[in-house]
Design a protein around this ligand. Structure first.
Ligand code: ADP
Length: 269
């Protein structure tokens, strides 16, 4: 996008020419476009849960309802309010990471219990998925921020659930890859078209097709994953096949010490 304007040249008060200024404003244009996309995504994403909260509250205020019905509506209101909170937290996280204000409280942590906890939490949300951990190494200590690492696996596993609407197996494989610890999160879900893969970690990007339109989201989950992984000197990769499933692989530097699990203090061997 080129922005062009004419600037008259004066010597004293006498005009003697004109300069034409061409400025490439592609970057500004893109940033503007992303901002307006952001605003419309945010408004849309906030409006959807808010309108069900309002709708169900109105229903309950205006009608005499049987207790079971009341309970059903209240459950929906509660879930939608929770979704709103999660959304706002995502927005704030992205904001904080981008401004460099995010701090990481890194300690020696065993990745296995972190993943186990995340799986237990995810199990509550589904009955049609089966979760498995395949642990192929005993060296599972990394230097990292426990809560942030948990967020990485929460985002990956909740995507695995969300984008496997027909259920299936979700496998977390933990193994060594050279001097790194690798973790695969594999599902048997919708998969991702090859042309979408390079964009997955871009903020607000969502694969758009009819299968997925009804699956809610902000397009922020993987952008957050990428930022956290980067802050841990890690890497992330994806392989996927449409209608077969996807594998997201995280790799993190392995720590060359063993830790005393009681107090997180590294013991040199
Ligand atoms: P969100 O899920 O909120 O849309 P994400 O950043 O977590 O945002 O993911 C971006 C997009 O990548 C999603 O919209 C979805 O289309 C695709 N995606 C992510 N994980 C998976 C998965 N396990 N299987 C299929 N598609 C996925």
């Amino acid at each position: 996008v080129i922005h062009m304007y004419a600037e008259p040249l004066y010597r004293g008060t006498e005009r003697f020419g004109t300069v034409f200024v061409h400025r490439d404003i592609t970057k500004e244009f893109e940033v503007d476009q992303m901002k307006s996309e952001f605003v419309s995504t945010v408004s849309h994403e906030l409006r959807t849960p808010l309108s069900s909260v309002l709708g169900f509250t109105e229903l309950m205020l205006n009608k005499e309802l049987k207790p079971e019905r009341q309970r059903k509506y209240l459950t929906t209101i509660y879930q939608e309010a929770k979704r709103l909170t999660a959304l706002i937290n995502d927005f704030l996280d992205v904001q904080r990471m981008e401004s460099g204000r995010q701090t990481y409280d890194k300690k020696y942590e065993d990745i296995v219990p972190i993943i186990q906890n995340v799986i237990e939490t995810q199990k509550v949300n589904t009955t049609i998925h089966e979760f498995m951990i395949q642990k192929e190494t005993n060296r599972t200590i990394v230097l990292g921020d426990r809560d942030k690492l948990a967020q990485v696996f929460t985002n990956l596993l909740s995507n695995a659930v969300k984008y496997s609407p027909d259920g299936g197996k979700i496998t977390v494989r933990i193994y060594e890859q050279g001097d790194r610890l690798a973790i695969d999160v594999t599902d048997e879900g919708l998969g991702i078209p090859a042309e979408a893969i390079p964009h997955l970690f871009t903020k607000f990007y969502r694969v758009d097709n009819s299968d997925r339109r009804r699956i809610g989201g902000t397009g922020l989950g993987l952008a957050i994953v990428k930022e956290i992984v980067k802050a841990h000197d890690g890497e992330i990769a994806v392989t996927s096949e449409v209608k077969k499933g996807s594998t997201f692989t995280i790799s993190l530097p392995l720590v060359a010490v063993e830790t005393d699990p009681q107090n997180d203090v590294p013991i040199d061997k």
